[in-house]
Design a protein around this ligand. Structure first.
Ligand SMILES: [Zn+2]
Length: 287
């Protein structure tokens, strides 16, 4: 399996912010120390502006150079644009690897699924997954599905892909929760599965499973996964109930689709994040 990452993405931080460098550095440590899944480490190549501008306005991309916070959650940091473009570049490399039939995971920050065409929010600056989906369609994929199992609604991905021919979006998330959207299906291609806080695990898994069944009906030739690990029972930012074996099950279920899949790290803020990611990778690898 290919892991796209570089410790450089741990080079920025903001005091007290849950989206912190250790999310990546501690995961790299755990993945390097294990031998169950054989990993090939690949460094990200920064994205060029052309694919980014399919999903975002030129003003938004230029705004990443302005030394001013977007909101309390989404601060400006020095070299922000470089960090954001590296994370997007990793997403595009993950897409390419999936198109070649490889199993791949992008272990990068910042995450992306809350960023809209014109707005950075929710720790996200560029919408890596939407950019990769639009690139896939430009490269000739006919049907690309997004499966977003982060505990927060992927509002930015939904807004960018809304009614986009060839794209479908499936998000399973806690509601009420940040960002307060995702209560119903929208347009002709965005399907939302809101779940109340403290939904029992078995029930949460049933909903993850039925979303996946819906996704299969679309018969995608490629699946892009917003892999957030914050529906975990002990995540500090949400109130759901999943355990490590549920992330293993998610990986295995996505593998069993028999369709090229690529996964990008979104959220996941507990200290157990490395083990949750490893469980997911084992599932993806069919271990
Ligand atoms: Zn999240």
């Amino acid at each position: 399996m290919r892991i796209i990452t570089h410790e450089q993405c741990a080079g920025y931080s903001h005091p007290g912010h849950p989206e912190r460098p250790e999310r990546i550095t501690s995961t790299i440590k755990v993945l390097r120390a294990q031998s169950e899944v054989s990993l090939e480490w690949v460094a990200p190549i920064p994205a060029k502006s052309e694919p980014v501008l399919r999903a975002h306005s030129a003003d938004h991309l230029a705004r990443l150079d302005e030394a001013e916070d977007f909101d309390v959650d989404t601060p400006f940091v020095p070299q922000l644009k470089d960090y954001a473009l590296a994370s997007t570049g990793a997403a595009l490399q993950a897409l390419e690897a999936a198109r070649r039939g490889e199993t791949v995971f992008s272990l990068m920050r910042p995450p992306g699924h809350h960023a809209t065409r014109t707005r950075a929010m929710g720790f996200c600056y560029l919408n890596n997954i939407a950019i990769a989906v639009l690139e896939a369609l430009a490269l000739g994929s006919k049907k690309v599905a997004v499966y977003d199992f982060d505990v927060h609604h992927g509002n930015g991905t939904e807004a960018i892909l809304l009614n986009k021919p060839g794209a479908e979006f499936f998000s399973i998330h806690q509601f009420p929760c940040y960002p307060g959207t995702g209560t119903r299906n929208v347009g002709n291609n965005c399907y939302n599965y809101p779940l109340p806080p403290q939904t029992p695990r078995t029930q949460y898994r049933q909903v993850l499973s039925s979303a996946l069944e819906q996704l299969q009906k679309f018969k995608p030739d490629l699946v892009a996964v917003s892999a957030g690990f914050d529906a975990y029972a002990r995540d500090p930012l949400a109130q759901e109930t999943l355990e490590a074996e549920d992330f293993y099950w998610l990986g295995k279920s996505l593998r069993n689709l028999g369709i090229p899949v690529f996964s990008l790290l979104e959220g996941g803020y507990s200290n157990d994040l490395p083990e949750l990611i490893l469980s997911y990778l084992k599932g993806l690898e069919g271990k």
